[in-house]
Design a protein around this ligand. Structure first.
Ligand code: FAD
Length: 298
């Protein structure tokens, strides 16, 4: 297969870029392995244009339909290797080899899940959440737990505290580095820290109850997990694209990586992991890709 642009990943970033490129009358192939973070969203309420909220799967279905409408070709599969060539790239994929003048990496990442039973079901029910920027508003006035260890996410705890007087940081028995000043900030805001290991977790009707190894029982309406995100930057990094200390791809303001012809958009890029940001970056990347293709055609 041959195309003007190969898009690796069919989440919001990849699908917005596909729509733009198809509307620029470019041949575009999207290869998607089907593990979008957006597919886990029970209902998003901060996406402009959907005041009543929309579920991640419903949003993705609309985005796919829009890309299809303009002729983007979408394939279900995995891109396993990328090689740079004189006039572009060769991609090895589970659905055959693809030769592309440009490649957009929109592979995103997945949150590190807490070791809790049936965690995906709890995410679907909004009991376990990963992103206060996304949905802390919907946790207003609720009993909030924040699982965080390693470098404690003090800022995240303080952000959540603006929505509820009942916020507790749980280290789940893991070691946590908490500077004295940060410990003071948490204390001043009435944010408790529980460092005991969690022995059991049970789901009540619409809440989660945790029992620590010391026998303490804690109940939460919402449990945020701040254990980091595993980004999928290997393909780009293998070509020499620069990553930051979190493993995110570094781009210029046109979403170009340091590898000529290789672009990136969405959660895989350093910065705020949000659908609106992914869409904006994808629009910029697609427009630059089209401009570079036009220049090459002159
Ligand atoms: C529970 C939850 C709630 C959220 N709520 C909100 C919210 O309310 N508002 C908001 O703005 N954001 C929210 N987010 C964040 C939002 O989902 C992400 O910012 C968004 O999905 C990023 O889009 P993306 O296209 O960059 O990556 P993704 O959506 O993760 O898509 C990446 C795609 O690339 C595919 N892929 C990866 N590697 C390969 C490969 N080698 N070959 C082929 N395909 C590959 C993956 O399978 C995946 O389908 C939430 C996230 C979670 C987990």
């Amino acid at each position: 297969m041959k195309t003007d642009c190969l898009i690796v990943g069919g989440g919001p970033a990849g699908l917005v870029a596909a729509t733009y490129l198809a509307r620029f009358r470019r041949q575009v192939i999207v290869v998607d392995a089907g593990a979008s973070r957006a597919a886990l969203i029970p209902s998003t309420h901060n996406l402009i244009g959907f005041p009543a909220g929309i579920s991640g799967p419903a949003l993705l279905a609309r985005m796919r339909a829009q890309a299809d409408e303009y002729g983007a070709r979408r394939l279900t599969g995995e891109v396993t290797a990328l090689t740079a060539e004189k006039n572009g790239f060769i991609a090895a994929t589970s659905v055959g080899e693809i030769s592309a003048a440009k490649v957009l990496i929109a592979t995103g990442g997945l949150d590190v899940e807490p070791a809790l039973p049936a965690v995906r079901d709890a995410v679907a029910r909004g009991l376990v959440r990963y992103c206060p920027v996304c949905d802390a508003f919907e946790a207003s006035g609720k009993r909030i737990g924040l699982i965080s260890y390693g470098e404690c996410r003090v800022k995240e705890a303080l952000l959540l505290r603006r929505y509820s007087p009942e916020v507790t940081v749980l280290t789940a028995g893991e070691e946590m580095q908490l500077a004295d000043q940060d410990a003071e900030s948490l204390k001043a805001k009435g944010i408790g820290v529980v460092e005991e290991p969690v022995a059991a977790l049970a789901r009540e009707a619409n809440a989660l109850s945790l029992t620590t190894e010391a026998g303490r029982r804690l109940e939460f309406d919402v449990l945020y997990c701040a254990l980091g995100t595993k980004l999928r930057a290997e393909l780009a990094a293998g070509l020499g694209a620069r990553t930051d200390e979190d493993g995110a791809l570094v781009t210029d303001r046109h979403m170009r990586t340091c590898v000529p012809g290789l672009f990136a958009a969405g959660d895989i890029v350093e910065g705020l992991s949000q659908i609106a940001v992914a869409a904006g970056q994808a629009a910029i990347a697609a427009t630059t890709i089209n401009a570079e293709l036009l220049s090459a055609e002159q």
